[in-house]
Design a protein around this ligand. Sequence first.
Ligand code: SF4
Length: 341
Amino acid sequence: MAGDVCSLARAELESRIKACGEPAYRAGQVFDWIYKKLAFSWDEMSSLPKALREKLALEIPFPVLTEKDVRVSEDGTRKFLFGLFDGQLIETVFIPTKKRATLCISSQAGCKYGCRFCASGIGGFKRNLSTGEIIAQVLWAMKKCGDEGEVTHIVFMGVGEPFDNYDNVMQAVRLLNAPEAFQIAARRITISTCGIVDGIRRMAGEGLQIELSVSLHASNDAQRQELMPVNRKYPLADLMAACRAYAQKTNRQVTFEYILIKDVTCTDLAARELQHLLKGWLCKINLIAYNPVGEFSYQTPSRDEISRFKDTLEKKGLITTWRTPRGKDIAAACGQLRNSL
Ligand code: SF4
């Protein structure tokens, strides 16, 4: 919902409050209630007069975020399914580990990019989320999961392509980062893209050290095009040029997510092609074993096959990590909870 209270920067809230005939300092109180005390309704703000709360609730409402389902995995991962004001559904995943707690948030309802391995693309694109609907996912998780550990990292890896909703996502990043709001360091915020070159170039100019993660998933254009139709518009050469420029400008290591599909993406040829694309600059490759999505016939490689592929990449001089799958028992892969209901 555009214009909701969680969509507004502090200065914008001040002007909205002044337009309601109230003093600007109220904006500071409201920010404290939302971002420090995690209030999720005007009713909770007990230090504000009741009449003012009622007025502001009408003028500047909270975004609607209704918990429809929550599943808790054996490993502590919690996956929320939320309903929005117009009935759209989005997912948010809380992933606690010993040292950190990461929250994976959605930026759109549905997605237009149709990556073949992803459940989120199946139903097509519905709409962009407002900044407030993005922020509300963080607020909710901080409220509900606080006993499991403070949210330390945010990844835009839920439903949607963040660069397709650039302005609202960047406003959310600034609120996540702002000292008067959540105060999460930019280096702890990751934007994950399917490879929207214009978005990468634009974000390089933001002056923020946001982590960039790119869904690569294939080592040549022909194969990537099959898995990710977006590759037609933004082929690998253009994508790599934009990513290198991002690394140079921000001095941040770019992460390439790479799904391992048996006999498709973890072959010797793929290792050589990856070396050609990624060797010698500030980047790393994160291997993810394919998490089967009902509709598709791809297979997951064995642990041995994955280990061998990882060794091969490391011998070729690539920094390589292998992500342990989280929340497999609760369908934590992109879009899977929504589609299983
Ligand atoms: S992987 Fe991301 S960009 Fe691709 S279809 Fe899924 S949500 Fe959309």
